[in-house]
Design a protein around this ligand. Structure first.
Ligand SMILES: [Zn+2]
Ligand SMILES: [Zn+2]
Length: 244
């Protein structure tokens, strides 16, 4: 199994990076974690076929994590996709997706898809299985708008991938990431503590509790991107592959 960073940027295009989108593939799985606004062109640039993706997990409703869905669905309509697609995310996702589709492409939410499209709302700490992918969502803390906010612990093919999503420090990140084969964690700032986002120093202080087998930093601001050469941790870049 592998995870490829299709996009690991923030909402501001920091470092010219694409919005958040991770592509996970293995012998039995093909799914995305988040689908930010730039995801469709970023997938195509990497030669990833959107029509092969079976599952999309959405962490929250900010455009840099959620805004790519209308483009992907519109593209699927025109490429005559037949493979079923399941989109899962926080409570309210059905309504939020309809609103987003209508805002970007009027009447598109009423289009009858030629493929089976399911939209599923997830609740914190209720484990769900989608094909060969087991997903446990955890509530995270990311402000007043764009929620509810979920981080994910995903088990597939005997491996655990954990993703913090966008969040300030919260204790749920410990069970979310504990002993994970790969923890992808937001590191928005280096040591500045702000509301709604995680800084590397805060995360670092808790790593002995989380004990991930591997850690990759994502969703970095210019402050972090300017320190990439001096960091003790692996940092994501667009296109990067992590083998699991
Ligand atoms: Zn974000
Ligand atoms: Zn966000």
């Amino acid at each position: 199994m592998q995870l490829r960073f299709v996009g690991c940027g923030d909402a501001f295009g920091s470092g010219g990076r694409n919005n958040t989108c991770f592509h996970v593939t293995g012998s039995h799985v093909n799914f995305l974690i988040d689908c930010g606004a730039t995801s469709l062109p970023a997938l195509k640039r990497l030669g990833i076929a959107p029509d092969d993706i079976e599952l999309i997990l959405i962490t929250h409703f900010h455009g840099d994590h959620f805004g790519g869905l209308p483009f992907l669905l519109l593209d699927a309509q025109f490429t005559r996709r037949t493979r079923p697609l399941l989109i899962a995310g926080p409570q309210g996702i059905e309504t939020r997706l309809t609103q987003l589709m209508e805002a970007l492409f009027e009447h598109s939410s009423k289009t009858r898809q030629k493929f089976e499209l399911s939209v599923v709302a997830l609740r914190p700490e209720e484990k769900r299985s989608f094909g060969a992918v087991d997903v446990t969502p955890y509530a995270v803390v990311h402000g007043e708008s764009g929620g509810p906010f979920l981080g994910y612990r995903v088990e597939a093919e005997g491996r655990v991938i954990a993703y913090s999503a966008d969040t300030e420090w919260t204790e749920t990140l410990i069970p979310l990431g504990r002993d994970a084969d790969l923890l992808v964690a937001e590191a928005y700032y280096y040591d500045r503590v702000v509301k709604n986002h995680l800084s590397l120093k805060t995360l670092e202080a808790h790593l002995t509790e989380i004990k991930p087998k591997r850690l990759v930093l994502t969703h970095m601001s210019d402050d972090m991107l300017g320190r990439l050469d001096t960091l003790d941790y692996m940092a994501a870049r667009d296109g990067m592959i992590v083998e699991l």
